[in-house]
Design a protein around this ligand. Structure first.
Ligand SMILES: NC(=O)c1ccc[n+]([C@@H]2O[C@H](COP(=O)([O-])OP(=O)(O)OC[C@H]3O[C@@H](n4cnc5c(N)ncnc54)[C@H](O)[C@@H]3O)[C@@H](O)[C@H]2O)c1
Length: 428
C-alpha cells in the first residue's frame, strides 16, 4: 500500500489541480446554497488562531469572498485575541460578528470545528506535529482544507498525509501552504527555467538565513504549556527548523528541478540559540537531485535578523537567482528580470510569512486560487506534493542528525515517530 503511494509521488500524481469528477463531490456554490448575494461568502473556520492563522485568515477575508465564521484553539487567550481581531476586521466589511457557538476551545476544539455545519473550509494553522491528525479529521468531516506546511514532521506522518490525499481526491480541495508557488515573479521564473532558459542545469544553491524567532514569556504557564506555546523551538512539535521553516526553499528546489532529492549528506548543530528548546540553529547539506544535480543548502536561525531566503540554479546557458525580499532574475543567453529593485533594507523576517518584495502577491494569489477551486469544483489536491517536500526536508534532517549520506529509499523505510509526549487533555 505504502509502496504504491510512494510510487505515486514518483509518477507525480495529484501534483496539479484535479477535476471534481468522482461521486460525492462537494462543490460550494455559495449563492445557490444560501440564496442571496449578501449571504454568499464562502465560510472559513480557522483551526490554530496564532500568527499565521490570523494572517492567512485575514488575507482570505480581504482577497476573496470569504467570511471567517468559526475559530478553534487549544488556548483561551489565543482564541479570544483572534475573535476580537476578526470581529473588528469583518465589522468594517459589514459582516456579522462570529456566532459564539462557533468558538471552540480546548483539546477537542479541532473535532468540534471539523464537525461544524457552518463552515465550508478549514485553515489548519496549528503546530506541525498536529497536522496529519488535524488534516485527517477535517477531511473525514468532508470539509475543504488549506493546511499549512509542513504537512508532517516524520515519515509515517507523511505517508498518512498521502493516504488522506487519496481519500480527498476528487471530493474536496486540499491545499498546502507553499505560497511561493503562486508568487507571480517566481511562477514566471520557473516557467522560463522549465522552458530551457538556463540550458542543462548542472548545480544549485538554496539557503534560508533567519534570525532567532522570539516568543512571549507566557507568565504563569506550566512547563508543558510553555513547550506547546513555544513549539517553534521544539523538535518533536516542529520537526526542527529544516522541516518547519527551511522547507520553503527545499520546496522551491523540488518545483524548479521537477523532482525530489535522491540523497543528502551534511551536518549542522545547535550552538548559538538562546532559547530553552532543542531545535538546531544551523544546517549545511548537499542534496543530490536526479541527473547528479547537486544543490548546496544552508540555513540558520540564531543571528540578528539579517533575513535572506534564496535559490540559485546554474546551467549551460545561464543562471537564475531568486530572493524572497527582492530580486528574481536570470542572467545568460535568455536574460530576464522580474523588475524588483535591489533590497531597500527590507531584509526583515516575518514570523507570519507576510513578506514584501517578490512574495508580495504570493498569499493573495494563492487564496484566490484556492477559493476559486472550491466554488468552481475544480478541486486541488496537494497532499502528495506537500508530503514530498516534507520528506525532502526530512531527508536533509536525517543526514545532518546521523552525519551520514542518506538516500531517499532509506528515508522512506524510516518508522521513527517524533513524539513530544504531551497529553493535551491534561491542559483542558
Ligand atoms: N507559509 C508560511 O509562510 C508560514 C509562515 C508562518 C507559519 N507557518 C506555519 O503555520 C503554522 C502555525 O504557525 P504560527 O506561526 O501561526 O504558530 P503560532 O504559535 O502563532 O500559532 C499556533 C496556534 O495553534 C494553537 N494550538 C496549538 N496546539 C493546538 C491544538 N492541539 N489544537 C488547537 N490549537 C492548537 C496555539 O495556541 C496557537 O494559537 C505552522 O505549521 C507554521 O510552520 C507558515
Amino acid at each position: 500500500m505504502v509502496d504504491g503511494l510512494i510510487e505515486k509521488i514518483s509518477r507525480r500524481k495529484f501534483l496539479g489541480a484535479a477535476a471534481a469528477t468522482a461521486a460525492g463531490v462537494m462543490i460550494v456554490k455559495p449563492e445557490a446554497v444560501r440564496g442571496s448575494a449578501a449571504n454568499s461568502a464562502v465560510r472559513l473556520g480557522i483551526l490554530g488562531c496564532g500568527g499565521r492563522g490570523t494572517a492567512v485568515g485575514t488575507g482570505f477575508v480581504d482577497n476573496t469572498n470569504t467570511r471567517v465564521v468559526a475559530l478553534a484553539d487549544l488556548f483561551a487567550d489565543q482564541l479570544a485575541a483572534a475573535h476580537k481581531h476578526f470581529d473588528e476586521h469583518q465589522a468594517a466589511k459589514g459582516y456579522a460578528a462570529i456566532d459564539p457557538a462557533q468558538l471552540f476551545q480546548g483539546p477537542r476544539a479541532y473535532e468540534q470545528i471539523a464537525a461544524s455545519k457552518e463552515v465550508d473550509f478549514i485553515l489548519v494553522t496549528t503546530p506541525p506535529y498536529f497536522h496529519p491528525h488535524h488534516l485527517e479529521t477535517v477531511v473525514a468531516a468532508g470539509k475543504h482544507v488549506y493546511c499549512e506546511k509542513p504537512v508532517a514532521i516524520d515519515v509515517p506522518g507523511a505517508k498518512r498525509v498521502m493516504r488522506i490525499g487519496e481519500q480527498a481526491q476528487g471530493k474536496l480541495s486540499l491545499e498546502v501552504g507553499f505560497q511561493i508557488r503562486k508568487a507571480p515573479p517566481h511562477v514566471e521564473l520557473v516557467k522560463r527555467i522549465h522552458g530551457g532558459a538556463l540550458g542543462k542545469i548542472g548545480c544549485g544553491l538554496a539557503y534560508y538565513y533567519c534570525g532567532h524567532i522570539d516568543r512571549p514569556e507566557w507568565p504563569g504557564a506550566s512547563a508543558v504549556e510553555k513547550r506547546l506555546r513555544n513549539w517553534v523551538w521544539d523538535r518533536a512539535l516542529s520537526g526542527d527548523i529544516i522541516v518547519e521553516q527551511n522547507i520553503h526553499v527545499i520546496d522551491m528546489c523540488n518545483w524548479t528541478l521537477q523532482g525530489h532529492p535522491e540523497s543528502a549528506v551534511g551536518g549542522g548543530g545547535r550552538k548559538l540559540r538562546p532559547d530553552t528548546g532543542d531545535c538546531w540553529d544551523n544546517f549545511n547539506l548537499v542534496f543530490t537531485y536526479p541527473g547528479q544535480v547537486q544543490v548546496s543548502f544552508g540555513s540558520t536561525q540564531f543571528n540578528d535578523p539579517a533575513f535572506d531566503a534564496a535559490t540559485r540554479f546554474f546551467g549551460t546557458k545561464g543562471n537564475s537567482e531568486v530572493h524572497y525580499d527582492y530580486r528574481v532574475f536570470i542572467v545568460g543567453a535568455e536574460p530576464w528580470d522580474a523588475g524588483l529593485g535591489p533590497a531597500p533594507g527590507s531584509t526583515q523576517f516575518s514570523a507570519a510569512g507576510t513578506f514584501k518584495g517578490s512574495l508580495d502577491q504570493a498569499d493573495s494569489e494563492k487564496q484566490k486560487w484556492f477559493v476559486e477551486s472550491i466554488t468552481s469544483g475544480e478541486f486541488h489536491n496537494q497532499a502528495a506534493q506537500g508530503a514530498e517536500s516534507a520528506l525532502s526536508a526530512m531527508l536533509g534532517r536525517t543526514a545532518a542528525y546521523t552525519g551520514k549520506l542518506v538516500t531517499w529509499d532509506e528515508l522512506l523505510r524510516s518508522e521513527e515517530v517524533l513524539d513530544p509526549n504531551i497529553d493535551i487533555s491534561k491542559l483542558a
